[in-house]
Design a protein around this ligand. Structure first.
Ligand code: NAD
Length: 368
């Protein structure tokens, strides 16, 4: 292995660009190559960041044999094929979400990750939102008791963006079901520390048309009910079409000994009630009261590099966890099975609608 881990970013003129902050903050790695079909964009990003190599073809970047890690920031249907191609060449993969767009792809990706000596991690950055990290540590410490209900909502009106990044019109709003589940489901899977065993999905009907006059195949507000392995229920709402302000980060958690609600906007603050800490059962308390006690030190006192890399340190810690796993040879926190736990329920939700809102079992990638 080279002295510094050499990174190649594919989709570098789009989302891939946002990974520079995280990698630039880690001296053990450097971005060596960028790849994008958009040559002008790729050259611009390379020049801005002092990157040596520019590729227009992903296989050419892999075949050159000069990168140890690829970051996949391309449109959704390319995630699994590009990840598999890299893993088969022994190149580590940090992939954008979701991990794949079909069950067959999920199976093939899981098998490729199991066969490869290289690491796979899904970059589910909403799991690295500071408040979500704090709730995870509090849940692990048992503060909520037995967890039995949760909610995750990704409400992000992007009809306009569908016309610019046209792949979204097919892979996100062109399919009925929870096509973009991981930002909402990911943190809840981590809090429950349970996988989803079955899903049932339904929607609110169709109320919008695209600029060509075609109805969006996806219903405006999609609801995916998830039965967790411990019997708990998690509701996921995905809404990429309704005319309204965004709220991409709404979450709630209910357990036998406490509950959490994130803000819905308009001045609200992240809040908890915990039976073991609070006398009045009708009074909320600020989640931030628990930072000192439950946030890991690197989150409580983030370094300058972490803060500079974006999202209050979130972008830094995704990369930090991934690099640590590679250097130590340990499993990354969102390894291929965790990625499947966050991705496969969404794929089964699409089938649930096809089968008349049936409850369908969610396959466990650990058996693949
Ligand atoms: N985690 C997050 O918060 C977050 C935010 C935005 C997007 N995303 C994900 O990132 C991915 C990209 O989204 P985006 O909004 O940047 O899309 P985009 O269309 O703006 O960018 C994708 C880039 O990939 C390039 N590309 C397409 N096919 C390619 C190929 N075969 N080889 C090389 N480059 C290719 C395009 O030219 C483009 O520059 C999506 O999967 C999306 O779901 C995640």
């Amino acid at each position: 292995m080279a002295e510094q881990l050499r990174i190649g970013i594919v989709g570098a003129a789009g989302r891939g660009r946002s990974f520079f902050g995280g990698f630039n903050a880690h001296p053990e790695a450097r971005v060596h190559a960028v790849c994008d079909l958009n040559e002008e964009g790729a050259r611009m990003v390379a020049a801005e960041n002092g990157v040596e190599r520019v590729y227009l073809d992903f296989d050419a970047m892999l075949d050159a044999g000069e990168v140890d890690i690829v970051v996949i920031g391309t449109p959704m249907p390319l995630h699994a094929p590009q990840a598999i191609a890299a893993l088969e060449r022994g190149v580590h993969v940090l992939s954008e979400v979701p991990a794949a767009v079909s069950l067959d792809e999920c199976r093939a990706l899981t098998q490729a990750a199991k066969r490869s000596a290289a690491m796979y991690m899904m970059a589910e950055n909403y799991c690295y939102i500071r408040t979500n990290v704090l709730v995870r540590h509090m849940a692990r410490a048992g503060l909520f008791g037995e967890m039995y209900f949760g909610e995750g909502e990704y409400i992000h009106e992007l009809k306009g963006l569908n016309e610019i990044t046209k792949w979204r019109r097919k892979w996100q709003t062109g399919i009925n079901g929870c096509t973009y589940p991981t930002h909402s489901l990911g943190p809840l899977v981590q809090w429950f520390d349970q996988r989803v065993v079955s899903v049932c999905c339904f929607g609110s009907g169709h109320h919008y048309r695209d600029p060509r006059g075609d109805e969006y195949e996806q219903e405006d507000s999609i609801h995916m009910a998830c039965r967790m392995a411990n019997g708990g229920l998690v509701n996921i709402r995905l809404d990429m079409l309704s005319n309204r302000p965004h709220n991409m980060t709404y979450y709630s958690l209910q357990g036998t000994q406490g509950c959490y609600e994130s803000p819905r906007g308009h001045g609200d603050r992240p809040k908890v009630w915990l039976q073991s800490r609070h006398d009045d059962p009708n009074a909320w308390h600020d989640l931030s009261d628990f930072e000192e006690e439950f946030l890991p030190d690197e989150w409580l006192h983030p370094s300058e590099e972490a803060l500079r890399s974006g999202h209050w340190g979130g972008d830094y810690f995704v990369v930090a966890d991934f690099l640590k796993a590679i250097v130590e040879g340990s499993q990354p926190p969102i390894d291929v099975h965790a990625a499947m736990d966050m991705t496969v329920p969404g794929l089964m939700s699409q089938q649930s609608i096809v089968e008349g809102y049936a409850w369908l079992d969610v396959p466990d990638s650990r058996g693949w």
